[in-house]
Design a protein around this ligand. Structure first.
Ligand code: GAP
Length: 492
């Protein structure tokens, strides 16, 4: 079911970005690209998180996400239980504060007081301790090696030689890095860069005129310090990104356009408006080259969190790839006037607006938004759990249900399933348990339509069509069933 839901969400994105627009084309580039792509994009040098270990509870966390605290202020350390608090008290007193023999931390049950926040200005997000390791930069890209030669063998030789020469640790590390660099490649941490390096290729082969966009969706990989919240943050996930190339000076106008388009898209798939918001990035969050960025945030069960970023990236990306590759990534607009010369014909490096959404994260938002537990009516009937998925996202579009397993009803129901499958609509046959239980089962997986074959069907070739959301039922001829459901899916 999850696979179907994710595919449907991604197909909807592709449909809205590529199939319903003339100004955007899609590509499907490789996951492993030339390592110089990641040098040009800045991912090799800068795509890292500051990593810290707590010396009290062992938690490993990102310094930039840790709870802030005033240096020198008191902080309370809370462990999971009393025995752990006793062990932590002893460790802090004897090892972390130095072995003076005095008890300096005070313990009450599982909490410890007496510690002060250090100069780093944050504490452990798990226990509140200020006893932390130094920050280490940790690159988020997964590195692997390309080629038939085992890089470990080379590395051993390099280390042996360096030790024989009496090299220090930093030098040995540098030489190992140099030997690895020859064969190192990286799993892409985002789908975006392939669209920049293919900008000219796509523009020249399609003849598209700026403004136009290139879209790509697919797997990305990040060696996240902490995977969390089910599929919200994982090391392997799918993205849906689009790079929209515009003339210099028109970035702000198209940023405005795309932020509205993207908000509308999520809502068009049924996400409730009150659970979505646009958050502008403050100047402290903006990348140095960006002149504006918004996050679309969803109200997840734990609070507002990022679903998609929409960034105005100026000409930074094409400029970087152009410098690194030595190949100009310019566009020539023969009808426009060059603002520098006042003459007709303008060569320029396009600016970029990038709506970058998480497909895996989108799937989680869709699930959270659609889930509902409905209470029973006054007679105690009708309580149910229902997944109010947008019909086009629903994994199964129509459940085909014979009322009983006899009198030719199963055979007729199977014929109807075949008609749906022939039309490319994912329908499922279900004959297990009473009809009410089957409706409930399909409500739980979000099936928007159920068609029931009953005694009347045998006489007049009609079926009941039940709607998931209001549980209403109407009779329709079998001959129109596929078209009725297809029309409902189109109009939903
Ligand atoms: N090219 C820009 C870019 O990749 P990003 O904000 O790092 O921007 C875009 O990623 C989207 O990808 C995020 O808004 C989020 O939905 C999703 N995403 C990023 N890291 C993720 C992870 N570790 N697990 C799941 N989704 C992730």
């Amino acid at each position: 079911m999850g696979a179907e839901l994710k595919r449907n969400l991604m197909s909807e994105w592709w449909r809205s970005m590529v199939h319903t627009r003339e100004d955007i084309v899609g590509i499907d580039a490789s996951i492993i690209m030339h390592p110089r792509v990641w040098k040009a994009s800045g991912h090799l040098a800068n795509f890292s998180d500051p990593l810290v270990d707590c010396k009290v509870c062992g938690e490993r966390f990102r310094a930039d996400k840790a709870p802030r605290a005033e240096p020198g202020a008191d902080t309370i350390i809370t462990l999971a239980d009393r025995p752990r608090a006793e062990a932590a008290q002893e460790k802090i007193d004897k090892q972390l504060l130095g072995p003076s023999g005095d008890t300096r931390m005070r313990r009450d049950g599982k909490t410890l007081t007496g510690a002060k926040v250090g100069t780093q200005g944050y504490v452990c997000p798990n226990c509140g301790s200020p006893f932390l390791s130094d920050e280490r930069q940790f690159n988020l890209m997964f590195r692997t090696s390309l080629g038939p030669v085992d890089p470990v063998g080379d590395m051993v030789g390099v280390v042996r030689k360096a030790i024989a020469e009496g090299a220090d640790e930093a030098t040995i590390r540098l030489r190992v890095e140099e030997s690895l660099a020859e064969s190192s490649v990286y799993l892409r941490p985002e789908t975006a860069q392939a669209m920049f390096v293919n900008f000219l290729n796509v523009q020249q082969s399609t003849g598209l005129k700026v403004p136009f966009g290139i879209a790509q969706m697919g797997k990305s990989f990040r060696n996240e310090v902490k995977v969390e919240k089910f599929i919200f943050r994982s090391v392997e996930f799918e993205q849906m990104e689009m790079e929209y190339f515009v003339p210099p000076g028109r970035g702000p106008e198209y940023l405005e356009y795309w932020k509205n388009e993207r908000m509308n898209w999520w809502q068009s798939l049924g996400i409730k408006a009150e659970n979505l918001r646009l958050r502008p990035h403050g100047s402290d969050e903006l990348a140095f080259y960006s002149d504006g960025c918004f996050d679309i945030e969803y109200k997840f069960p734990w609070g507002w969190d990022e679903l998609e970023g929409i960034a105005s990236r100026t000409d930074y990306d094409l400029g970087q790839h152009s410098r690194e590759s030595g190949k100009k990534l310019n566009y020539f607009d023969q009808e426009a006037t060059d603002p520098a010369t006042g003459k007709q014909g303008w060569h320029y490096v396009p600016h970029v607006i990038e709506p970058a959404a998480g497909a895996t994260r989108g799937l989680l938002a869709v699930l959270c938004d659609a889930y509902a537990e409905e209470p029973a009516d006054a007679e105690g009937k009708g309580a149910r759990t229902v997944l109010r998925l947008h019909p086009r996202l629903a994994p199964v579009k129509a459940a085909i249900l014979p009322l009983v397993k006899k009198d030719g009803m199963p055979e007729l129901a199977r014929e109807i399933v075949a008609q749906f499958l022939d039309a490319g609509v994912n329908a499922r046959y279900d004959e297990q348990h009473a009809i009410g239980k089957r409706y409930a089962r399909h409500d739980e997986i979000g099936t928007p339509y159920a068609l029931t074959v009953d005694t009347q069907t045998l006489a007049d070739k009609t079926v009941t069509l039940r709607q998931r959301d209001d549980r209403s039922q109407v009779r329709i001829p079998i001959s129109t069933a596929v078209e009725v459901v297809l029309a409902a899916l189109r109009e939903a």
